[in-house]
Design a protein around this ligand. Structure first.
Ligand SMILES: Nc1ncnc2c1ncn2[C@@H]1O[C@H](COP(=O)(O)OP(=O)(O)OP(=O)(O)O)[C@@H](O)[C@H]1O
Ligand SMILES: [Mg+2]
Length: 424
């Protein structure tokens, strides 16, 4: 069996923290088996090297290794990507197509961001994991495959299960062995080591002398929270390597490159949900997008259940929690109803409190990085946007408040309050 040190060298993994060594050791031990592995850890901690190690040290190494980013494939096409489809299965399916599970027969599939898989795909995945069987989209012919699965996630799977976004049975099936990679802030002795490695890589790449940190700068580096982990550290090393004329980097210079350095408390672990953290309009937009996506998924689920069962009462009963989450609590709305209706900025987009995700993970900025490209001046006033949404919805439903409120995901009373607020 190859040693941990040899594996680190072979896969370019830097660091010597016991937790990192343990993770690699676990990967080496589990590799020769066919056991499913779930790699967990925050964004940017280096999860992607673990499935590669597992595949390379397994008897499958001469067969295919396919890495699939589940979060990047649209929901409508993911089943077809993974399991293939028959000719004519849907509009545009002009040819029969093999999916990854067919192509990777005998090999390994790495399901990155597995927490993002739609529930319907999770059912198909569970079947493959249990007996190696799957169906192409649009086919009723059961096919067999022999694929080893390694999955990774940077979201809290227990939370996802609680929110009914991830199947519990699938979670246990995927995580027969769990390999956890620690965040960089818990790898103090590795931070400077990694920085030196990246500084030397970038010096070679850009043909410039290697940057060096002063002792005080090393301290700053170690104290920083590194929300983006190794990816962020690498990024900072690259910026400094390219932009700084003076190749000796002081703490002051370094601080200038570290976002939120002023609030840079050392390795604080979030214990409680913070109060409202709407610090900017952009942040509100992130939250709104996030909540809208979540509501949409909930609604899809409810609609599907309704279509399947056809019995409204049953569905209402079995999904009480979900319905309350989507349509809000009428008592709570009553309270809002009594309030002053004068429009104020604070009142904008009054999303029910329980719908606000106070604990937005750091990865959210990563996920919506595209939003950075939105021009500031293009950002519509939220008030205008809300007014427009309400108007359009009322128009669509011939002024019927009940229907418009349902479409907007708010209670009728809240809608009534908004109508008064905007003099509609
Ligand atoms: N121990 C390490 N030594 C050197 N480079 C590393 C190490 N760990 C990670 N990296 C580098 O850090 C970057 C981020 O790693 P990776 O893409 O594996 O993160 P991740 O955990 O998959 O994050 P995400 O959840 O956001 O996908 C990559 O460029 C990778 O090469
Ligand atoms: Mg990744």
């Amino acid at each position: 069996m190859e040693s941990v040190q040899a594996i680190k060298q072979r896969f370019g993994i830097i660091g010597n923290t016991p937790a990192l060594n343990r993770a690699i050791e676990k990967a080496i031990q589990v590799a020769p088996t066919d056991i499913s592995v779930l790699v967990t850890g925050e964004s940017g901690v280096g999860k992607e090297s673990i499935p590669k190690i597992i595949h390379q040290l397994s008897h499958r190494k001469h067969n295919k290794y396919i890495a699939v980013n589940c979060g990047a494939i649209p929901e409508g096409t993911i089943d077809s990507e993974l399991f293939g489809h028959e000719k004519g299965a849907f509009t545009g399916a002009t040819q029969t197509r093999e999916g990854y599970f067919e192509v990777a027969d005998g090999g390994t599939i790495f399901l990155d961001e597995v927490g993002e898989l739609p529930l319907t795909t999770q059912v198909r995945l569970l079947r493959v994991l249990e007996n190696g069987e799957f169906l192409k989209v649009g086919s009723s012919k059961v096919q067999k495959t022999n694929v080893r699965i390694v999955a990774a996630t940077n979201v809290n799977m227990f939370e996802a299960i609680e929110k009914e976004k991830f199947r519990e049975d699938l979670y246990y099936r995927l995580s027969t062995v769990e390999i956890h990679l620690p965040p960089l802030r818990e790898r103090q002795e590795d931070i400077h080591l990694l920085f030196r490695k990246f500084a030397s890589d970038f010096a070679l790449k850009y043909k410039m002398p290697t940057i060096k940190l002063t002792d005080a700068a090393v301290q700053t580096l170690n104290k920083y929270r590194w929300g983006g982990n190794i990816r962020q550290l690498r990024n900072i090393a690259e910026q400094l390597s390219v932009l700084e004329q003076d190749r000796t980097i002081s703490a002051e210079t370094l601080t200038g490159y570290l976002p939120n350095s002023s609030s840079n408390l050392p390795a604080v672990i979030k214990t409680s949900k913070s109060e409202s953290d709407f610090s900017s309009e952009r942040e509100i937009l992130y939250k709104v997008l996030f909540d809208m996506k979540s509501d949409l998924n909930d609604l899809k689920k409810l609609t599907l259940e309704l279509m399947k069962s056809g019995n409204t009462k049953d569905v209402e009963k079995s999904h009480e929690g979900l319905i309350q989450k989507i349509y809000g609590d009428s008592d709570e709305d009553d309270a809002i109803f009594e309030e002053d209706v004068t429009p104020s900025n604070n009142e904008l987009l009054s999303i029910p409190e329980h719908n606000i995700n106070h604990d937005i993970p750091e990865t959210i900025t990563d996920k919506y990085h595209f939003a950075e490209e939105i021009e500031e001046e293009e950002t519509l006033s939220l008030q205008d946007k809300e007014l427009e949404l309400i108007k359009k919805s009322l128009e669509r439903h011939g002024g019927k408040r009940k229907l418009a409120a349902a479409e907007l995901g708010i209670s009728e009373r809240t809608l009534y309050r908004k109508i008064k607020q905007y003099n509609l």
